[in-house]
Ligand binder design. Structure first.
Ligand SMILES: NC(=O)c1ccc[n+]([C@@H]2O[C@H](COP(=O)([O-])OP(=O)(O)OC[C@H]3O[C@@H](n4cnc5c(N)ncnc54)[C@H](OP(=O)(O)O)[C@@H]3O)[C@@H](O)[C@H]2O)c1
Length: 256
């Protein structure tokens, strides 16, 4: 009997954990797909393919040509294009699919959040007077800060921001999560940060800055998620494993 073939769209901790949990399974054949942006990607427990597919159409063709039985969109909640492509591909080729997407953080008492819809709105929300800003949104959209060059920026990302910002006062911090609350408190205090710009990514790996901001009474300009694309969503790796077990057993019954 053949194995069920699963394509995981990754680039997240959850995708890596899901791949790890499935790696040893004799009844499954797993491929993890990465965008290929990170210069030093974390090691993965399953075979990896890298780079774009060429939109929803390209992804549908890849799924069909490679005879995948299931697509799991486990990309980052802010990676909107690939998630829209996944939904489009599924509507084209009819492969079974679901999304693994961690829930958004919710504000708790003590949080000082200002919700915005995107990075340009977040930069505008910093206001007209110079402030000391921790920009924790990754490197791809950091350039929007160039529109407000009078602030002092601390920009954190895994890989360098290229091209560098054109603002006169900027410090770059290269670091990969997970981050600890103690370290975030120290960074915020040492640099006398007045406001943090963050994406509402959810999950625990990058939550420490939100907790540290609460403890210090620092404002967070929180970029909320856009409406998600059409696939059914599970929120945890465990729920994803449960769904996959269900699919694997139904494929066995069909004699795939
Ligand atoms: N956006 C974030 O804040 C963020 C944070 C952490 C990690 N990530 C991860 O970084 C990757 C890129 O994020 P993004 O925001 O640039 O994505 P995006 O804007 O949604 O996608 C841009 C294009 O990159 C390709 N792509 C994206 N993810 C892919 C994957 N897993 N496998 C193959 N191709 C992929 C697709 O190209 P084609 O159309 O040619 O197929 C897609 O159209 C994602 O895998 C995501 O999980 C993103």
């Amino acid at each position: 009997m053949g194995k069920a073939r699963i394509l995981i769209l990754g680039g997240t901790t959850e995708a890596r954990r899901l791949a790890e949990a499935l790696a040893g399974r004799a009844d499954l054949d797993i491929v993890l797909s990465l965008a290929g942006r990170t210069s030093d990607p974390a090691p993965q427990a399953v075979p990896v393919r890298s780079g774009g597919f060429g939109g929803g159409e390209g992804l549908a063709r890849y799924l069909t040509d490679e005879a995948f039985d299931l697509l799991v969109d486990a990309t980052h909640p802010f990676a909107a294009r690939i998630s829209a492509n996944a939904a489009d591909a599924v509507s084209r080729c009819g492969v079974a699919a679901f999304a693994l997407r961690r829930p958004a953080w919710q504000p708790v008492p003590g949080d000082r959040w200002h919700a915005v819809r995107n990075v340009p709105e977040a930069i505008a929300a910093l206001g007209p007077s110079p402030r000391r800003v921790f920009l924790a949104i990754g490197r791809q959209e950091a350039h929007y800060a160039n529109a407000a060059p009078f602030h002092h920026y601390w920009v954190r990302s895994v890989d360098p921001v290229e091209p560098a910002l054109t603002v006169p006062d900027v410090a770059y911090i290269h670091a990969k999560g997970p981050f600890r609350v103690e370290d975030e408190l120290e960074m915020l205090r040492q640099s006398a940060i007045e406001v943090i710009v963050a994406k509402n990514s959810g999950g625990s790996a990058t939550y420490a800055k939100i907790e540290a901001a609460r403890q210090l009474g620092i404002e967070v300009i929180m970029i909320e998620r856009a409406q998600a694309a059409g696939l059914a969503v599970v929120e945890t790796v465990e729920a994803a494993l449960h769904r996959i077990d269900h699919l694997a057993s139904s494929l066995m019954k069909r004699g795939v």
